[in-house]
Design a protein around this ligand. Sequence first.
Ligand code: FAD
Length: 396
Amino acid sequence: MNLPEPPVAEDPIREEVRALDRAVDLGRSYRWADRGDTFPWATFRALGRARLLGLTLPEAVGGRGLPMRRAARALFELAYRGGTTAAKLALQPEFSSLLARRGSPALVAAYFAPLLAGEMLVGNQITEPSAGSDVGAIGLTARRESDGYLLDGTKSQAAFAEEAAAAIVYVRVVGPGAPDGISALLVPQEAPGIDRAAGSDYGERWMRRGRVGYRGVRVPLAHRLGAEGGAFADLKEELTHERALLGAVYLGVAWAGWEEAVRYAGERHTFGRPLADRQAVAFPLVEDLVRLRAAWAQLDLLLGRLDAGEPAEAEAALSKWYCGEVALRAADHAMQVHGGAGYSEELPAAQRYRDLRSARVAHGTDEVLRHLAARRLWGGRSATTGAAASAPAKKG
Ligand SMILES: Cc1cc2nc3c(=O)[nH]c(=O)nc-3n(C[C@H](O)[C@H](O)[C@H](O)COP(=O)(O)OP(=O)(O)OC[C@H]3O[C@@H](n4cnc5c(N)ncnc54)[C@H](O)[C@@H]3O)c2cc1C
């Protein structure tokens, strides 16, 4: 069997990930995290000690300051070895970069430094029961008072609903002279008036997504991240960044499953011959090889643009959608090749499929992402309504 190398350039950062894997067995931790009853703190702390948290974030706030291309190589390797768990844990500080960019030095020291050490979780709360893809419909209110805000409303689907020490909460400021648009506040999750409840999910169970209710919750003015009403522009920038990096995660998970399927098809015999001898089994696997490479090429194009400082919102939307689609299809084929064993929880094939399925929804649904790209093609008009588009994209 000639297993090809993944389409990812060799890089010392990949060796750092391999060293971590040798020390803590990321694959085992991935399987364990599927139970979803507790958050994988040990893996998160190990990533912090290995300085694999904050890959692209400025050294001034404790990050590694790596270019996107190098960070993506690290994430591919993490996902290849430790599934979406290791890689998405590594992305947590990237998902909270608004705190590093817009928070006061006191907030950064109190929350961002422990996040980079893997000691504390900071969630992101955008989605509400009546506002998902449509970020502009956010209704959680922050009533302005002399020294801060009073929060009322409900967030839903939030990762780490019960574990996060603080969350970046997207709100609508109300009161005399309040601006249009959404604002971001860093809200400690132990504040009086907050109630939280984790639910159960199809995949990525370790995230323990859930609902967070706010009833008269006081937040100091100093916890606002950026200008009042100005959070949408910040959110768009952050989404572009995280969608780009997520592509590497999806492809790393899928590559691991694809390799297992290729090996299995070479070893498993039915009707006296290896599965790999049957075109019905072999063709989907060789097609996946090309699609996985093509998706990496699409991603690499985007990463180059981002490293050059070029705007890339639509490219990031397309890349995230395409990497997710290709990865999910490969994960489906990998399950199929393993037959009934693939459907069982004995092998990681089913877990990979379940985890990758979130790619179609989280951090922007497939539909919204293609809508974003189409809007760019047709000069700023909405592909869904035909109106001049300001429809916000979505995070997850
Ligand atoms: C694993 C996971 C983790 C997540 N973590 C978080 C988190 O930490 N914080 C957080 O705030 N949220 C989180 N989310 C929520 C996620 O961001 C939302 O589920 C997502 O944005 C979609 O919103 P919705 O569920 O309300 O669906 P809706 O917006 O109601 O959409 C329902 C369906 O309709 C489609 N649709 C909607 N509008 C249009 C349109 N105009 N044209 C065509 N199709 C359309 C959508 O694509 C989707 O298929 C997470 C989700 C997942 C799956």
